[in-house]
Design a protein. Structure first.
Length: 525
């Protein structure tokens, strides 16, 4: 009888424990009550919480505005629509909407009192495409952090500047609406994440490609000051020179240059003014953007105050700890599969001008196969590797916060690049190390899974303490370009010196010359 009594007591205690351990499926935000859905027994997922009003009608091409309150409980069990973007297979107009300013949350918290570190994901897509939906990084969340994934306006709707829009703006700027969305979402996180068990004082932003570039811009924007305490960048940084011409040949645009692009787009659409462009449907604008140069953030003097390289040289940025990572073969995703020697050399001439001969020595292309690799390597370094190097090296010189450099080079048969000539980790392949692509199949991908395990633990350690180091992991020092301080992830983790240093130094000299050329031209005016 006594034995039966103890079994009954311990059984009831077990029931109580199971009940207590349920994830936080109901909570409150500033605009109303929300209810999420369970992912397993340990995570609560909120799939579409509006953080701003729909940017439609007169709110198109304006700063984000507060979301409207609702009555009752909003069940967040379905992801929000894709932002308008050119259609392609699997991405049709019926699943897109200009009403796209939502965020998703994955929380392992059992109560709002837990105060867990928060990681805010900013997706990539060249500032033209993509979607936050599904990118809730449940594997990271299960390591004890709250994950937030945000949507923002892209393409012409998110980044078109125009003289009429500049005149409309109280701050006298236009073109960076997508970045303003990101900042608005981070402000929402500060006000509301405590209700999901998160700690608003422990926010880390992280992103890939255009999301990583966004992260670097947020690190330089005075509007984002105090909204996060750390940053992780996957393949991206905004340190290339800016010009007064529309963005081209790797150089980004000032407000003036971006406005010229907006006027050209208006003419392309055969519209007379912004009023007529606001009457177009979002998909008409997207379809009109096909074949037209893509839109990009600009130096508007408000969100982005100056050439970011110069800002970092002067120490004028949000000085927070950073991890900056690039992949070993980023350009494999972008190199044209059928590129020929003559086409390659012509392209190099168009991009580098008087620097073309030296560029061909650094990125040779004397055979079609060599041209394919040369194009990819140049794309890797100009678009991703050099900006990442510039970021950590400048912060190491002018900042007080730690800067860590990473290089993902894990051999794998799995890649977003379909070309068999790929010799390393292509652009966007790093995403598979954040989710369960490899961790979910350790028997099939043992080496990739081991790297994913290490990378995720470094990332979560960083979110928790602003230092990636922890028990069971190789020690990772802060960046010093004169020493082996770049952590290479390839069948484990080992320290190396700056990878592809010869190419990085060439791009560094080239961009320095372009920056001086632009500044001299401005002075001459």
């Amino acid at each position: 009888m006594k034995r039966y009594f103890f079994l009954l007591v311990f059984g009831l205690m077990g029931l109580v424990t199971v009940s207590y351990a349920q994830p936080l499926l109901k909570t409150h935000v500033e605009t109303g009550d929300v209810e999420g859905v369970a992912d397993g027994t340990d995570l609560a997922i909120y799939k579409a919480i509006p953080y701003a009003a729909p940017p439609v009608g007169d709110l198109r091409w304006k700063a984000p505005q507060p979301a409207k309150a609702w009555e009752g409980v909003r069940v967040c069990d379905t992801f929000g629509p894709l932002p308008p973007q050119p259609t392609r297979e699997g991405r049709t107009a019926d699943i897109m909407s200009e009403d796209c300013l939502y965020l998703g949350i994955a929380t392992p918290a059992k109560s709002a009192a837990e105060r867990l570190p928060v990681m805010v994901w900013i997706h990539g897509g060249g500032f033209q495409t993509e979607w936050y939906g599904g990118d809730l990084w449940t594997s990271l969340a299960r390591r004890g952090v709250v994950i937030v994934s945000i949507e923002y306006r892209t393409g012409a709707l998110g980044f078109m500047a125009h003289p009429e829009l500049t005149k409309e703006s109280p701050e006298g700027h236009s073109g960076n609406y997508g970045l303003l969305d990101q900042i608005y979402a981070l402000q929402w996180v500060q006000r509301n994440i405590g209700n999901f068990g998160g700690d608003a004082s422990k926010v880390t932003i992280f992103g890939e490609s255009a999301g990583a570039i966004s992260c670097s811009m947020l690190c330089a924007s005075p509007l984002a000051r105090g909204l996060f305490r750390a940053c992780i960048s996957h393949s991206g940084g905004s340190f290339a020179p800016w010009t007064d011409q529309p963005r081209s040949l790797g150089l980004d645009a000032s407000q003036k240059g971006a406005e010229q692009q907006g006027l050209a787009f208006q003419k392309h659409l055969k519209k007379k003014n912004i009023k007529q462009m606001r009457k177009m449907t979002a998909m008409e604008l997207c379809d009109g953007n096909v074949g037209f140069a893509g839109f990009w953030p600009c130096v508007d003097g408000y969100v982005i105050c100056d050439d970011q390289y110069r800002l970092y040289e002067r120490g004028e940025y949000n000085d927070v700890p950073v991890i900056v990572m690039t992949n070993s073969d980023e350009g494999a995703l972008f190199s044209p599969g059928n590129i020929k020697v003559e086409d390659y050399k012509k392209t190099v001439g168009q991009i580098f001008g008087s620097w073309a001969d030296e560029a061909l020595k650094v990125y040779p292309g004397n055979t079609d196969d060599e041209a394919w690799h040369g194009f990819g390597d140049a794309f890797r370094d100009m678009g991703f590797a050099w900006p990442s190097y510039a970021w950590v090296s400048l912060q190491a010189k002018t900042g007080k916060s730690a800067a860590y450099a990473a290089f993902l080079a894990q051999p794998s048969t799995v890649s977003f690049s379909p070309d068999k000539r790929r010799k390393g980790v292509a652009h966007a392949d790093d995403i598979m190390y954040l989710n369960t692509t490899f961790l979910g199949q350790p028997d099939k991908y043992p080496h990739e899974a081991a790297v994913a395990e290490m990378l995720q633990q470094y990332w979560v350690n960083f979110a928790k303490t602003c230092n990636p180091n922890g028990k069971g992991l190789p020690y990772w020092p802060t960046f010093d370009e004169s020493k082996p301080t770049t952590m290479q992830f390839s069948n484990g983790a080992t320290l190396i010196t700056v990878p592809n240093r010869k190419q990085i130094d060439f791009v560094d000299r080239y961009y320095k010359a372009k920056r001086e050329e632009t500044e001299n031209a401005r002075k001459a005016k």
